[in-house]
Design a binder for this molecule. Structure first.
Ligand code: HEC
Ligand code: HEC
Ligand code: HEC
Ligand code: HEC
Length: 212
C-alpha cells in the first residue's frame, strides 16, 4: 500500500539519482572507466573469457547502484530539528513532537505490537524503504511518523543551500505533501480506521508559519 503509491516517486527518484550520480561522481566514474579499459586488454587476450567480462559488468553495475542508493535516504527527525525549531522558525519541530505522529511508535509498544511488520509500516518512518528495518542498530531513529514520512527522505535536501531553494529541494527528494500523502496511511488498512477528513485532520497537525 504505502509504498505501492511510492513507486512513481521511486522511479522519479532513481532518475534524479542518476543525475546526481553523474554530477557528483564523475571522478569515480572516470576511474572505473580507466580500470575497464586496462582490463579490456587483459580480458580479450583470451576469447572465452566472456564470463569474466560479464562478471565485471555486473560488479560495475552493482557499485553504480550502491553509490546511487546512497543519495536519498532517511536521516531521522533530529536532523531536521536543528533548523526547524524555535519561535522564529514557527516551532515546527515542537508542534510535531507534541502531536499524534511523534507518538505513533509508543502506541505500538504499549500494546506489544512494535515488532509486527504489518503494524510498523504506518507507525514508523521509511519502513522497508531505505529507512527502518526490524533489528537495525539505528532503528530507534525511525520510530514514529516523522517529518520524512510526509516530506520524503532528507539526505540530499537537508543541506542549507538546497533547503533555501524550493526548486532545488524538490529536485533533491523533498515532497510537498497533499491529502494523497496522508491517505497512504489514513486508509482502510489501518485497523482503527474510521474515515479521514483531510481538512479537520490537517487543522490538528498544521505546522505552517510562513505568510503565503
Ligand atoms: C541546515 C538547516 C536545515 C535543515 C537541517 C533542514 N531544513 Fe528544512 N528548511 C530550512 C530553511 C532555511 C528553509 C526555508 C524556509 C525558512 O527559512 O523558514 C526550509 C524549508 C523547509 C520546508 C518548506 C519547503 C517549502 O518550500 O515549502 C520543508 C517542508 C522542510 N524544510 C523540511 C525539512 C525536513 C523534513 C528536514 C529534515 C529531513 C529539514 N527540512 C532539514 C533549513 C533546514
Ligand atoms: C506514515 C503514515 C502516516 C502518514 C503519511 C500520515 N499519518 Fe496521520 N497518523 C498516522 C498514525 C500511525 C497515527 C496514529 C498515531 C497514534 O496515535 O499512535 C496518525 C494519527 C493522526 C492524527 C490523530 C488521530 C486523528 O485521526 O485525529 C491526525 C490528526 C493525523 N494523523 C493527520 C494526518 C494528516 C493531515 C496527514 C497528511 C498531511 C497524515 N496524518 C499523514 C500515520 C500517518
Ligand atoms: C495503513 C496504515 C496503518 C497500519 C498498517 C496500521 N496502522 Fe495503526 N493507525 C494508523 C493511522 C492512520 C491511525 C490514526 C487514525 C486511525 O485510527 O485510522 C492509527 C491508529 C492506531 C491506534 C489508535 C491510537 C489512538 O490512541 O487513537 C492503534 C492502537 C493502532 N493504530 C494500532 C495498530 C496496530 C496494532 C497495527 C497492526 C495490527 C496497526 N495499527 C497497523 C495507520 C496504520
Ligand atoms: C503527517 C505529514 C507531515 C509530517 C509528519 C510533517 N509535515 Fe511538514 N508539512 C506537511 C504538510 C501537508 C505541509 C503543508 C504543505 C503545503 O504548503 O501545502 C507541511 C509544511 C511544512 C513546512 C512549510 C511551512 C510553511 O509555513 O510553509 C515545513 C518547514 C515543514 N512542513 C517541516 C516539517 C518538519 C521539520 C517536520 C518534522 C519535525 C514535518 N514537517 C512533519 C506534512 C507533514
Amino acid at each position: 500500500m504505502f509504498y505501492k503509491d511510492n513507486e512513481k516517486k521511486r522511479a522519479h527518484r532513481t532518475h534524479r539519482m542518476t543525475q546526481n550520480f553523474f554530477s557528483h561522481n564523475l571522478p569515480v566514474f572516470f576511474s572505473v572507466c580507466s580500470v575497464c579499459s586496462q582490463l579490456r586488454g587483459l580480458l580479450f587476450k583470451r576469447r572465452n573469457d566472456m564470463k569474466k567480462l560479464i562478471i565485471m559488468i555486473i560488479s560495475v553495475t552493482f557499485v553504480f547502484s550502491v553509490v546511487c542508493a546512497g543519495d536519498f535516504f532517511y536521516v531521522g527527525a533530529k536532523k531536521c530539528k536543528m533548523c526547524h525549531k524555535g519561535e522564529k522558525k514557527g516551532k515546527v519541530f515542537e508542534k510535531w513532537e507534541a502531536g499524534p505522529h511523534a507518538k505513533a511508535f509508543e502506541t505500538l509498544k504499549k500494546s506489544g505490537d512494535d515488532k509486527k511488520p504489518e503494524c510498523i509500516a504506518c507507525h514508523t518512518t521509511g519502513f522497508n524503504a531505505d529507512g527502518y528495518k526490524i533489528g537495525d542498530d539505528d532503528a530507534a531513529k525511525f520510530e514514529g511518523v516523522q517529518c520524512e514520512s510526509c516530506h520524503g527522505p532528507g539526505s540530499a535536501y537537508k543541506r542549507i543551500s538546497v533547503m533555501k531553494n524550493r526548486q532545488k529541494a524538490l529536485e533533491n527528494g523533498m515532497i510537498i505533501p497533499t491529502e494523497e500523502t496522508c491517505k497512504l496511511c489514513h486508509n482502510k488498512k489501518s485497523p482503527t480506521f474510521k474515515g479521514f477528513d483531510f481538512k479537520e485532520a490537517w487543522k490538528k497537525i498544521d505546522h505552517t508559519y510562513r505568510k503565503k
